[in-house]
Design a protein around this ligand. Structure first.
Ligand SMILES: *Cc1c(COP(=O)(O)O)cnc(C)c1O
Ligand SMILES: [Zn+2]
Length: 414
């Protein structure tokens, strides 16, 4: 029995379930939310006990995580990613304070490791020998890596458009990889049938309510790193919606146990060519499927599986939505690289692209403090980065040619 967890509750119909390790969705089709006993947690966790902890991984927040006290943290070192103050970029955007949370430094190079570490812990509790998922790429490579380290076999379904870097990770981690010739929607459908047929542990963010509990640690960390001083906004990219919902859950947890006294507003950034969640917010209605037209493959999700949780998070926070074009995304990738030394994949920098756009439109007050989360590393998709930033100067080893190259490009050597 988990002492810190009361039960799981359907976000749609409110039905209550016992929080067993392999629960999935509600009978009504709604996704479940894990409900905590905050009074109990308050007696176990204080800011001081936390500050004294040597564990510099996401598992340092164990009292707020839905696992048995005896469950061991999986082997890979996930979380506690750096939060950089980006002074030059802040002044370019006209912000008082801007922080970049670089989640691309996780073991498999994306924020998805937070969910996968949790999935592996819960699969071990369930006694599962196999985990499966469908993914646009990062959830897959992340699951494959975290499961490999724990000695668990994986079956992975990815759409055939997944970039080479992510597929290379999958093959290296030894997953059985099924590259589905079709959209993410079609990939998901096949994985669901296979999981049903063989009874594998399910790491689909759509159905496994524990994943956003792993992802929420990004919010816990941001607040601890800011010494519990709540920023005005947190910008993050949105695909399925599990990440932004997780971030919000973490912040609300901290509010519930009295670690913070207010909540920030979320900035939900999506690609113009695939923005069903933002469109629902903007029109004030329900979401409708969209095509998946963006090079930010990790957020090319036309049928979001965590829309209910994400919409609730954005609305509750009084959040802003912003949709960016692929060229705005690639410009943000360059900007972050050049001002912060942070290399994010296209979906990884979509939050920053959205923030830049909102600043340009005067929608963020100049005195605001903002955190922008980079959700994945740029090395996952080098083809798009080279296409946007260009090729290097290529010459034989000859000083004369170097001088010529500099002068023909008007490079002034300092
Ligand atoms: C998965 C992912 C997202 C979006 O997360 P969702 O839970 O699908 O909304 C954003 N950026 C990167 C790099 C991702 O891999
Ligand atoms: Zn229900």
């Amino acid at each position: 029995m988990m002492k810190n967890v009361k039960h799981a509750k359907c976000v749609k119909c409110g039905k209550i379930y016992e929080a067993a390790p392999s629960i999935t969705s509600c009978a009504c089709g709604g996704i479940l939310d894990i409900i905590y006993d905050y009074e109990y947690i308050k007696t176990k966790l204080t800011k001081e006990t936390l500050a004294a902890r040597r564990d510099h991984t996401m598992w340092r927040y164990r009292e707020l995580l839905p696992v048995e006290e005896t469950t061991e943290a999986p082997p890979l070192r996930v979380g506690c990613s750096p939060l950089y103050e980006a002074k030059a970029l802040a002044s370019q955007l006209g912000l008082r304070q801007l922080y970049i949370k670089d989640d691309g430094i996780n073991p498999t190079a994306s924020l998805k490791d937070r969910a996968s570490s949790m999935a592996v812990a819960k699969a071990v509790e369930a006694g599962a020998k196999v985990i499966a998922c469908s993914s646009t790429g990062n959830a897959a490579s992340s699951l494959a890596g975290n499961a490999a380290a724990a000695g668990i076999k994986t079956y992975i379904f990815v759409p055939s458009r997944a970039p080479k870097g992510k597929v290379a990770q999958l093959m290296t981690f030894g997953a059985v990889v099924i590259s589905v010739q079709g959209s993410y929607e079609e990939t998901f459908a096949l994985s669901r049938q296979a999981i049903e047929k063989w009874g594998w542990y399910n790491r689909n963010a759509a159905v496994n309510p524990y994943l956003s509990e792993g992802k929420k640690t990004v919010g816990l960390e941001i607040m601890e790193q800011l010494n519990w001083e709540v920023p005005d906004y947190i910008a993050i990219s949105v695909g399925d919606g599990c990440t932004i919902a997780g971030l919000w859950k973490g912040l609300k947890d901290l509010y519930a146990i009295g670690f913070i006294d207010k909540l920030p507003r979320l900035i939900s950034a999506q690609a113009e060519g695939c923005c069903p969640i933002n469109r629902a917010i903007e029109t004030g209605g329900d979401w409708h499927p969209m095509e998946e037209n963006t090079l930010a493959d990790s957020i090319a999700v036309g049928v979001p599986r965590n829309a209910d949780k994400a919409l609730m998070a954005i609305r509750e926070s009084g959040g802003l939505t912003v949709n960016v074009s692929d060229s705005e995304i690639m410009a943000a990738q360059k900007l972050l690289g050049r001002t912060c030394g942070v290399f994010g994949e296209p979906a990884g920098v979509t939050g920053a692209a959205g923030l830049k756009k909102l600043c340009g439109q005067g929608k963020i007050p100049a005195g605001a403090t903002v955190v922008s989360v980079v959700t994945g590393n740029g090395l996952k998709d080098v083809a798009n980065a080279i296409a946007s930033c260009g090729e290097p100067i290529s010459i034989p080893s000859d000083m004369g040619l170097l001088l010529e190259a500099f002068s023909s490009r008007s490079i002034i050597v300092e």
